[in-house]
Design a protein around this ligand. Structure first.
Ligand code: PBG
Length: 331
């Protein structure tokens, strides 16, 4: 079939608002959003993150309030990241295993405030707990060792599971961690705890403000290129996804977001599994800075970016703009 003008005028269906809405191929709703939140120590604390205007670190009580806000906005899930006190950080990151650490206290506070009506996604990686800001344990040469790190990550995941996490999200990029975390969850009776693996996570320049927010940026020695992926690679991302699915991931993440839409599409087409994107801190900061500089309307820019993730095949998006977007969507 050859479609040609004027039998076909593709503008016909665009001529009115009702018709445009009838032909819309993808929709974004608050249920597509996951809201990442930074946890800090204390009580009644709201500590703005300078490099993320509009984003704060909240003490555990504030996190519980944000979780309630998410529920009211129709956001189904929050993601928690701790800014561990400096004196609790160590070369081995042992605070990650403390059942009373900031993360676990925040999980329990959200559970107390919201019951099981909201999903709690927790980050598995050692960077918020190490003095060197790397996601794993170092050998004498400063290389992040795989298998010893994985042994820590499993205990970290179980610690979070026992505190009440719903989705374990390993962001460390060690080989084989999903497999052992899944086994440990099964053996611990946590049959319904999900794993959303940061499967295709790149060594990206877009993470700067996040590292400020969790306090790992100034500490970071070197880069993360021996475990996070090279932005030039796509086949390798498919291999990462395949492995994580085979090891027991329920869903996979592509991170960062906007610069990696091709991978969201390819992963979705090839594996037909739930795919999530992380619109990361640098993307948030660039959007805010651009809008403040007069590049365009912040809300319009935001909604256009978010629908792009849906169009590419995402089930949902982690975004610091989640409450802003939900408010827009809720009218
Ligand atoms: C670390 C982690 C990072 C992010 C989520 N988990 C940063 C990093 O890998 O250095 C980045 C999120 C963002 O930039 O918003 N395990």
């Amino acid at each position: 079939m050859t479609r040609s003008y004027p039998n076909t005028r593709l503008r016909r269906t665009r001529a009115s608002a009702w018709s445009r809405s009838m032909h819309r191929e993808t929709v974004l709703t608050p249920a597509d959003l996951i809201w990442p939140l930074f946890v800090t120590d204390g009580q009644g604390v709201e500590d703005p993150v300078a490099s993320l205007p509009g984003v704060s670190r909240w003490s555990v009580d504030g996190i519980a309030s944000r979780a309630k806000e998410a529920m009211e906005l129709g956001i189904p899930c929050i993601a928690l990241f701790p800014n561990t006190q400096p004196e609790l950080r160590s070369t081995g990151g042992d605070e990650a295993l403390n059942p009373d650490n900031l993360m676990c206290r925040a999980i329990r506070a959200v559970r107390d405030a919201c019951g099981s009506d909201i999903g709690i996604l927790t980050d598995v990686a050692l960077d918020p707990y190490t003095t060197h800001g790397q996601d794993g344990l170092l050998d004498d040469a400063g290389y992040v060792v795989n298998d010893d790190t994985v042994a820590m990550l499993v205990d970290q995941a179980i610690n979070q599971a026992e505190a009440g996490a719903d989705i374990i999200a390993p962001s460390d990029m060690m080989d084989g961690r999903v497999k052992v975390i899944r086994m440990a969850l099964e053996m611990g009776g946590h049959h319904n705890i999900q794993i959303m693996s940061y499967a295709a996570k790149y060594a990206s320049a877009f993470y700067g403000p996040f590292r400020d927010a969790v306090g790992s940026g100034d500490r970071l020695v070197g880069d993360k290129k021996t475990y996070q992926m090279d932005p030039a690679n796509a086949m390798e991302a498919l291999a990462e996804v395949e492995m994580d699915l085979a090891e027991g991931a329920d869903s996979v993440m592509v991170k960062p977001g906007l610069a990696y839409l091709d991978l969201i599409w390819r992963v979705k087409q090839r594996f037909e599994v739930p795919v999530f994107a992380y619109q990361v801190s640098g993307e948030y900061a660039l959007l805010e800075a651009g809008a403040a500089a007069g590049v365009g309307d912040r809300d319009a820019l935001l909604m256009e970016k978010l629908i792009a993730f849906k169009r590419a095949g995402c089930s949902g998006v982690l975004s610091y703009h989640a409450p802003v977007a939900a408010r827009i969507l809720n009218g």
